[in-house]
Design a protein around this ligand. Structure first.
Ligand SMILES: Cc1cc2nc3c(=O)[nH]c(=O)nc-3n(C[C@H](O)[C@H](O)[C@H](O)COP(=O)(O)O)c2cc1C
Length: 183
């Protein structure tokens, strides 16, 4: 059984990311019914990580361990990411900096969203993923606050994104299976 983590990287109060992450997880489960793959939504907000390098309290040490163990438990990932100033949010970059062996030689796909979509944030993350030895899929889903949300806050994705998500899942599952053999 392949385990894929759907990782919500936004912690902003009132975030749009939660609806996108739930849609991604529900659709991924529906589109892969009968396959040997399972999906779990992981919310960064559930992990009260310190800034990397600062002195962690005992509670924060626990959060670091919990985050590390959770991320290590997956064979592949879908990062659900917004665009913040043409890049990844600070909170998510900080969380990724705690990881290395946990995600090494694993596959990664992106579902991005933002004012104009999240193309720049996703490309930013591909560089970071390269350094973490993760294999990023060619296809991503790119959602715009202008066309896939009502009033920029009520998530109503255009139908064609389902086709993109199906293509993304095919690539992610293939690579997650392949990379499992070399770990
Ligand atoms: C500090 C900040 C910077 C942003 N920069 C961009 C940007 O460069 N490009 C873009 O398309 N959207 C940008 N946005 C819009 C966000 O992508 C959008 O608000 C998104 O919903 C944020 O994710 P969240 O709601 O899950 O926190 C920015 C939003 C914030 C708060």
């Amino acid at each position: 059984m392949l385990k894929i983590g759907v990782i919500l990287g936004s912690v902003r109060e009132g975030r749009n990311g939660l609806a996108v992450a739930k849609w991604t997880t529900e659709k991924a489960k529906a589109f892969t019914q009968g396959q040997e793959v399972e999906f779990e939504l992981v919310d960064l907000l559930d992990y009260e990580l310190p800034f990397l390098g600062t002195k962690a309290t005992a509670k924060q040490e626990e959060a670091i361990k919990k985050w590390s163990d959770k991320m290590a438990s997956f064979d592949g990932y879908i990062f659900v990411v917004a665009e913040y100033n043409h890049g990844v949010s600070g909170a998510f970059k900080n969380a990724l900096d705690f990881l290395n062996p946990e995600v090494k030689d694993k596959a990664l796909a992106f579902v991005g969203y933002g004012g104009l979509g999240a193309a720049r944030s996703i490309e930013n993350l591909r560089m970071i993923a390269g350094q973490l030895a993760m294999a990023t899929t060619q296809t991503n889903v790119n959602l715009s606050l202008m066309t896939d949300f009502e009033k920029m806050s009520i998530f109503k994705p255009a139908d064609y994104h389902e086709g993109e998500l199906k293509a993304l899942l095919g690539q992610l599952i293939n690579w997650s299976s392949a990379l499992k053999t070399i770990r």
